[in-house]
Structure formats: structure tokens, C-alpha cells
Design a protein around this ligand. Structure first.
Ligand code: NAP
Length: 350
């Protein structure tokens, strides 16, 4: 029997245990009890977690890729915080599951009912999560098969899973759906665009969108360090140039883009890597008054802000807001438009 309470805060602050007075994302511990919910919450039976890549990469490094140790680490984070917020990267991921209960205060306000299959579009770093069992760690695709329950707050975003795309593939794309949406907004006709981590999950979607926006006279340059992902990126033919570069090597990045653009540098640089210390490479590849978009969760605000100042770069730097209106539909539409991307993503993420 689930006890239902009234008077929950729309942003979920009623579940914050400590520190008092903050919202669920910055909180160090939130209430993840599932036998007592508020009438403005949605209770979901969760079957897959998609841990965001910066977080999963850090956990894999810490645990030396050992599956049992990864399980332990995830369970330990969730049991101490009531949510899956990586204490090092501060980032989360998303879940997919089946709606179990929609609170009375939300009836008639939202289009969900018990039995609907959804993906959360707000971060696991703020989502109350209670894991009963970890069934499998799919460490190559950052997904964790679980028996768990989660809560979506009144302001929590979600997407109903589409019928024409397998759930784990939808989830993989929805995890990063803010990136192609922001790329669509930022890239203009004839722009030169550099995408770092271009052969990864969000990088490919951004490259597709950047090429569409920049058009035939624009130039999309993909930077990637992983040989397999370079091969995938080249096979997709989305970039005018694909270069193997370590994005932590800022000077090498600068020199390469200086050569490829005859000194003009990039109008827009999009950072999609999963590792720290790529701020300076991003900044140096950007032209005067250009735009650097940091989608990566391994970005340090301090390093970017002080670094740009330190090299005298007057550029606009954008924090990677994971949300843009219509972002989920836009990302899924890429899978419907591009048979080539869909085929590769089905092989990788289904
Ligand atoms: P991904 O699939 O792991 O892609 C990252 C790519 O960068 C991979 O191909 C990776 O290679 C490559 N890379 C790693 N080190 C590199 C280096 N030194 N130089 C150049 N490339 C390098 O990650 P994703 O799922 O697309 O996510 C990208 C980033 O977005 C992550 O930081 C993730 O946490 C973040 N994210 C942000 C939001 C948001 O709301 N802003 C939401 C979700 C995710 P390997 O495969 O060899 O590592």
C-alpha cells in the first residue's frame, strides 16, 4: 500500500534531506522512499538506466572496468544519495520505465497513465531512485539493466517511447537529445564547425545537424581520438574533414584547425567529449566572437572562463543545457531521416 501525501513542491524540494533548502540536483541526499509518494509525483517502475558518458567513464576508470565493482559503486552512490549523481562529475543520465502511478494532483494536466512506457528527460542526478537489483551492466553502451523505482517531479520532463524505435536505442539518443537541438540553433549557413568527440553518440548527431545547418558551403570538422569511432564517423560521411586528435592537447588542436581553415578558425566549436581538460582546445579552435558550446559534462566552468580570459579570446561560451523545446522529437527524427545513422546506432545501442 502506497501512502500519498499532499503539498509537494513542483521542483521536488519536499524530497530533499540535506542540505535543507536546496533543490534536488545540488542536494547531497534526497528521500528515495517509494512506499510514500506525493500527489504531484509520477511513480515509475524502471528497467534501464543510461548513465551519462562522463560519469560512466569515470566509474569505469575508478573500478578498473570490473563489472562487480561497477555494480557496487552504482549501488553505493544511490544508497548514500537517494539518486544516481556521480560525486566526481556531478552528472547523472536518464532512465526508461513503465508508469506505475500518476498522482491525483497531476490528473488531467499531463498525458500519462499507468502502463505508459517513458524515458525521463531530466537528469538522474536529481531523480529519486531506489534500486532493488542490478541485473546487468552493459558497459560498452553505458546502460544498466535494473529492477528499480523512480519518481518524476511535477516539473520533470519525459518522453513517451516511440513504437518504431527499440527502447534502448531511443534511450541512448534521448540521453543526449539536447546536443543536436542546440547545434541546430547555433550553426548558421556557411559556418565552419568543429565537433570534438565527433564519433561518439552525441557527436554523430551534432555532425549530422551541423552539416544540415551549415549547408554545402559550410565546413564540418570532426575531431575524435578513438580509432573505431573515427572509422564509423568517416563511413557516415557527415564531416568534410575527420581528424585524429587528442582534445586535451590544446596546442595540437589549435594548429590543426589553423591549418584547415587558413587561420580563420571555427565559427562554432561543439564539445562532446567524455573526459576532462578539453576546455582550452575548444577555446583555441574558436574564432574571435565565435561560439563554444560545452555539451560535455566533464567541462569545468572555472577552466573555461579563466582559460579564455588567459589567452585573450572574446568568444561566447555556452553551458550545455540538456533541454531545448522539441529536443526529443528532433533527435529521434534524425534516426528516421538517416538510414545510415540508424543502422549504426541499432548495431551499437539496441
Ligand atoms: P560518448 O558517446 O562517449 O562520446 C564521446 C567521444 O569522445 C567518444 O568517441 C570518445 O572516445 C571521444 N573522446 C574521448 N577522449 C577524447 C580525446 N582526448 N580527444 C578526442 N575525443 C575523445 O559520449 P556521449 O554520450 O556522446 O556524451 C558526450 C558528453 O556529453 C559526455 O561528457 C556526457 O556526459 C555529456 N552529456 C551531457 C548532457 C547535457 O545535458 N549537457 C546530457 C548527456 C550527456 P572513447 O569512446 O574512446 O572514450
Amino acid at each position: 500500500m502506497i501512502e500519498v501525501r499532499k503539498g509537494g513542491n513542483p521542483f521536488g524540494s519536499h524530497r530533499v534531506i540535506e542540505p535543507k533548502g536546496v533543490l534536488p540536483q545540488p542536494a547531497s541526499r534526497i528521500d528515495n522512499s517509494m512506499d510514500r509518494i506525493w500527489d504531484n509525483e509520477i511513480l515509475v517502475d524502471v528497467d534501464i538506466l543510461n548513465i551519462d558518458s562522463a560519469s560512466f567513464t569515470q566509474i569505469k576508470e575508478k573500478t578498473k572496468d570490473d563489472v562487480e565493482a561497477i555494480k557496487k559503486e552504482i549501488l553505493s552512490i544511490v544508497s548514500s544519495q537517494g539518486k544516481m549523481k556521480n560525486p566526481v562529475t556531478g552528472s547523472g543520465g536518464i532512465f526508461i520505465g513503465t508508469v506505475s502511478k500518476v498522482g491525483d494532483a497531476l490528473q488531467g494536466k499531463i498525458d500519462l497513465k499507468p502502463g505508459d512506457r517513458i524515458a525521463s528527460l531530466v537528469s538522474l542526478s536529481l531523480t529519486p531512485l531506489n534500486i532493488e537489483e542490478i541485473i546487468e551492466i552493459k558497459k560498452d553502451i553505458d546502460q544498466v539493466i535494473v529492477k528499480a523505482k523512480a519518481i518524476l517531479f511535477e516539473t520533470g520532463l519525459y518522453a513517451k517511447l516511440p513504437a518504431d524505435i527499440p527502447p534502448s536505442l531511443s534511450m541512448a539518443v534521448l540521453d543526449v537529445c539536447g546536443a543536436p537541438a542546440q547545434t541546430q540553433r547555433l550553426v548558421k549557413k556557411d559556418d565552419t564547425v568543429v565537433i570534438i568527440g565527433a564519433g561518439g553518440k552525441s557527436g554523430i548527431l551534432c555532425a549530422y545537424m551541423a552539416k544540415q545547418q551549415a549547408g554545402p558551403n559550410g565546413k564540418v570538422i570532426g575531431i575524435e581520438f578513438n580509432d573505431q569511432n573515427i572509422a564509423i564517423l568517416k563511413s557516415l560521411n557527415l564531416c568534410d574533414e575527420v581528424v585524429k586528435l587528442d582534445a586535451t592537447n590544446a596546442l595540437a588542436c589549435y594548429e590543426m584547425i589553423n591549418d584547415l581553415t587558413s587561420g580563420k578558425m571555427a565559427d562554432v566549436v561543439i564539445n562532446n567529449v567524455n573526459i576532462p581538460n578539453t576546455e582550452m582546445g575548444t577555446i583555441l579552435m574558436c574564432r574571435h566572437r565565435g561560439i563554444a558550446y560545452f555539451f560535455s559534462m566533464a567541462t569545468s566552468f572555472t577552466k573555461a572562463a579563466l582559460g579564455a580570459e588567459g589567452v585573450g579570446k572574446d568568444i561566447d561560451m555556452l553551458v550545455g543545457n540538456g533541454y531545448a523545446v522539441g529536443h526529443a522529437e528532433l533527435a529521434l527524427s534524425i534516426l528516421r531521416e538517416s538510414k545510415e545513422i540508424r543502422k549504426i546506432y541499432e548495431e551499437l545501442y539496441s
